[in-house]
Write a new protein. Structure first.
Length: 182
């Protein structure tokens, strides 16, 4: 399982699950993080040395969880103008140290990978669920939303008036994060 340490960044998504940082501590023995989207190495980001093996590059940049957050704090402090720039997916003012280039936010968005299943209905870890209203009528999704309400998890439903579920999903998540941070 992989998780962004940010608002949703994978554009082929219309619903979203936001997990709390406690998930990292619970899976610290097995989880790793990278200061970029590991899946983006295939086609979304450019490496300084394109001949370097992708798996070798990935292994060289893996960080333990939850300790990777110290690197994330430093990146936000020194590379970005503000934490809001990171949250909104704006490119850092300065280039990072690891040699990735590109304007896709997945170049600098931390990614946590846990090599096992993480139950969606995990009370201590699930923070919020984001679903377009049109999809909330699906019986499986409706059941999850009912469970979330019983367990006092945040449920955000939204309309996507322009038809772009992902962009609206991402904006709802950013709004939620800003409400919690500021």
């Amino acid at each position: 399982m992989f998780f962004y340490v940010a608002p949703f960044r994978y554009p082929s998504t219309s619903c979203g699950l936001l997990f709390s940082r406690r998930l990292e501590a619970a899976y610290a023995e097995h989880g790793v993080a990278t200061p970029f989207d590991s899946g983006g190495l295939v086609s979304k980001v450019q490496r300084a040395d394109p001949d370097e093996d992708v798996c070798a590059f990935l292994a060289r940049h893996e960080l333990p969880v939850p300790e990777h957050r110290a690197y994330l704090r430093g990146s936000i402090q020194f590379l970005f103008g503000s934490a809001a720039d990171y949250v909104h997916g704006r490119a850092p003012a300065l280039a990072g140290l690891i040699g990735l280039t590109g304007t896709d936010p997945r170049c600098w968005t931390h990614d946590v990978r846990i090599p096992e299943s993480v139950p969606v209905r995990s009370v201590p870890y699930l923070e919020a669920v984001f679903v377009p209203r049109a999809r909330a009528v699906n019986p499986e999704i409706a059941s999850l939303l009912e469970w979330c309400i019983r367990e006092a998890k945040e449920v955000r439903t939204f309309d996507a008036p322009t038809g772009d579920d992902f962009r609206t999903l991402q904006q709802e998540c950013i709004r939620y994060i800003e409400e919690k941070l500021y």
